[in-house]
Design a protein around this ligand. Structure first.
Ligand code: ZN
Length: 719
């Protein structure tokens, strides 16, 4: 399950010429690894990258060919040389730039559909100009086969029929999880068969054929190195064949690297985990992958974290089959150390929250949480936070891990060179300087003391966990409500539950950030502390504005828990009055409508602080006492996006959406083995940098051609 993400953009079906790029910074964390850990990381990264190529085959019929085409062009010669030749045959600068952006999009999304939003994107230059680049290239001189790839792929690359605009099943879109002759009736019968056979379809695809006698045959093909038929039988008058061998050449490369990684594992759990993954990919077994995931959960606090396999099922139109994903990340030791100190200091910090000891847990429980820096992540959508595994049986009985991919989060929401929207120039400068420091403070306080704090009053078999004399500080009367036997937070708070809890954790972070001693734990002193406090608060209010995009006017609903939480907090800050926090409509430098957020930092302690403390007390008391009625009245009230009242948020939402920054494509580094040491290379955050990272990653176009032709051949004529 992916969390903390924002939505896709792009209804125009092209990537903009000014497409932003961000580098995934990992050098500092990587350099702290021992040689053995670095080797382990390297081979897991290699396994992830080779597995990433599977995504091309899972996305659209033309994706592998497009990848081959652009990769051959980019590997054939330096980009500067390809550009010179293209310009010499009449391609313009803008057109060549559009080629670079398109190629980057194919690499960054592992195919020609956006990882966010699943809509198709086509080149932002004419077919004619693209053809000139292909024909002028060194790659076309070296390899006559490349022209055939171009001839085959140019049609589907540019085509934008209604069915092709998005991923979907049957007439609704394109999918590679079912052969192209399948529709929802086929998926229904296949589902019934899977249920009857007790097969979990995570790593499968469905291929339908009609036999000579007119019998329908469904092949359920498991991703695996080994090719074999597991079973064959008749079900509802159709022939069902369960086989293995999908993507076999690519999974073989994955396993080759996993075998090397296992040699450098730090403990037996890691070794067993990798052995199970290898087994899973070799014979196509979901059970082996589950066993690997079990080891993964038990492997607490490792230095290098990884997960690999068929994980997220968002892209199968029927939500059963999963896309390949692999990542390897280094635990951020500095932040882990700080988080440990925060937990050690919990006894001193918790009493500073705006409730009495009775409302605090009897014993502080550290939430399961790790802050990671990604070294390699092959996924159509690199997430900034994940909660895995997705296997419900394991989640319920054995648990899961909650990880934040810190450098992804920083890169996605990070310090871009351009002016930050909705802030004054002075605030923008301070914001750029202190954003990362403030962000770390807020995340640490949010995750550990936010989610970790506060007690729920419950009735259990042994009686109540609170005293009858306990007074509700809001009503000054004894408690009137609590969690009855069999009730819990989720059953009572239902649909607002996750956003309300995020809001509580964010408010705890704001409240405690005003206490200098908590900022000091993060290693700051002097003037920096005051700047960090201010930027933490400004950033939160800013998040409330930017997050408006995640409100859907059509359904009058919030689509994202964190965005809603920050919007609610912004309302509390505005309501605090006394000129503390303001949002006004202004005219931007471009002459278009704009918004300006301002905050009077001299009133943080006197106006902002008390307003958040009062609000946080209510959040906690309603949560502790299961008072959903009061919680809803307050939370829904603050969540309203309308044109009523002093701030026309519904109208302003259009300004926010119009000024939305394009999602950056992440430029990831490469590791390579050199004199028995692993070296990390990072690249420029630009289309050239991204392309270079991929030509270094897969330097042999002959290998790519061979792997792809092998998979295409075994796929057969199903698409
Ligand atoms: Zn949270």
């Amino acid at each position: 399950m992916v969390h903390q993400n924002d939505s896709g953009d792009g209804s125009a079906f092209v990537l903009p010429n000014e497409q932003p790029f961000e580098r995934l910074e990992v050098e500092q964390a990587f350099n702290e690894l021992s040689t053995q850990e670095a080797l382990y990381t390297h081979y897991l990264g290699q396994a992830s990258w080779y597995g990433g190529l599977i995504i091309l085959f899972q996305t659209s019929p033309e994706s592998p060919d497009i990848f081959r085409l652009i990769h051959a062009l980019n590997c054939g010669e330096p980009i500067a040389s390809l550009k010179d030749k293209s310009l010499a045959v009449g391609v313009t600068d803008t057109e060549f730039n559009a080629y670079l952006v398109y190629a980057s999009g194919i690499y960054g999304n592992w195919g020609n559909y956006l990882g966010f939003g699943d809509s198709k994107f086509v080149p932002n230059l004419s077919e004619n100009a693209f053809e000139k680049i292909v024909l002028a290239s060194q790659a076309a001189m070296n390899n006559t086969g490349l022209k055939d790839v171009w001839t085959r792929v140019k049609g589907p690359m540019y085509s934008l029929s209604d069915k092709e605009k998005q991923l979907g099943l049957g007439d609704e879109g394109i999918t590679k999880y079912f052969s192209s002759n399948c529709n929802s009736q086929d998926s229904d019968i296949v589902n019934r068969f899977l249920k009857y056979k007790n097969i979990e379809g995570w790593n499968t695809r469905v291929m339908k054929t009609i036999g000579e006698t007119g019998t329908t045959q469904y092949e359920i093909r498991n991703a695996a190195v080994d090719k074999c038929v597991l079973s064959e039988e008749t079900f509802e008058n159709c022939n069902f064949k369960v086989t293995t061998g999908d993507y076999e050449a690519l999974l073989e490369k994955v396993n080759e690297n996993l075998i090397e990684a296992a040699k450098h594992a730090s403990n037996d759990l890691e070794k067993k985990m990798i052995d199970e993954y290898i087994k899973s990919f070799k014979i196509g077994s979901v059970d082996a992958h589950k066993d690997g995931s079990r080891c993964w959960i038990k492997n607490k606090g490792p230095t290098v974290e990884t997960y690999i396999g068929f994980i997220e099922n968002y892209r199968d139109p029927t939500g059963v089959r999963s896309e390949f994903e692999g990542f390897v990340a280094v635990v951020n030791k500095k932040l882990s150390q700080i988080f440990q100190t925060l937990v050690d200091n919990a006894e001193e910090l918790l009493p500073k929250l705006p409730w009495t000891k009775d409302f605090e847990k009897d014993k502080f429980l550290r939430p399961d949480y790790t802050y990671l820096e990604v070294v390699a992540c092959a996924s159509s959508m690199v997430p900034s936070g994940i909660n895995i595994p997705n296997y419900d049986d394991i989640r319920q009985e054995e648990g899961f891990k909650n990880v934040t991919l810190g450098n992804v989060l920083k890169a996605k929401h990070g310090v871009s060179k351009s002016r930050t929207n909705f802030m004054s120039e002075a605030d923008d400068q301070l914001f750029k300087e202190y954003k990362v420091a403030a962000y770390e403070v807020v995340v640490g306080l949010h995750e550990l003391l936010g989610h970790g704090s506060g007690k729920l009053f419950m009735e259990t078999e042994e009686g109540k966990n609170f005293s009858d004399e306990l007074i509700n500080p809001l009503t000054e009367k004894p408690l009137e409500s609590w969690y009855k036997l069999g009730e819990n937070y989720n059953t009572i708070f239902t649909t607002i539950g996750s956003s309300y809890e995020e809001c509580r954790a964010e408010s705890v972070a704001l409240h405690l950030s005003l206490d200098s001693s908590s900022v000091q734990i993060f290693g700051h002193s002097g003037e920096d502390i005051e700047h960090i406090k201010y930027i933490s608060w400004l950033h939160m209010a800013h998040g409330g504005i930017v997050g408006l995009e995640m409100f859907s006017p059509a359904s009058d609903q919030w689509k994202q828990a964190h965005s809603r939480a920050r919007f609610v907090i912004l309302q509390v800050l505005l309501e605090a009055g006394d000129g503390f926090c303001k949002v006004e409509q202004v005219t931007g430098d471009d002459g278009k409508p704009d918004l300006l957020l301002t905050m009077d930092r001299s009133k943080l302690d006197t106006v902002g602080g008390p307003a958040i403390a009062k609000f946080l007390e209510k959040l906690q008391v309603y949560k502790s006492t299961a008072d959903i009625k009061s919680a809803l009245a307050m939370y829904d009230g603050y969540s309203q996006v309308t044109d009523k009242g002093s701030h026309p948020w519904l109208t302003w939402r259009d300004i926010v959406v119009n000024r939305k920054k394009h999602r950056p494509i992440l430029v990831q580094g490469n590791t390579r083995l050199e004199n028995e040491k692993i070296k990390l290379t990072q690249y420029d955050p630009s289309s050239e940098g991204l392309i270079k990272s991929y030509t270094d990653r897969f330097p042999s176009i002959a290998e790519i051609t061979e792997l792809f032709e092998s998979v295409t051949k075994s796929e057969g004529n199903h698409w």
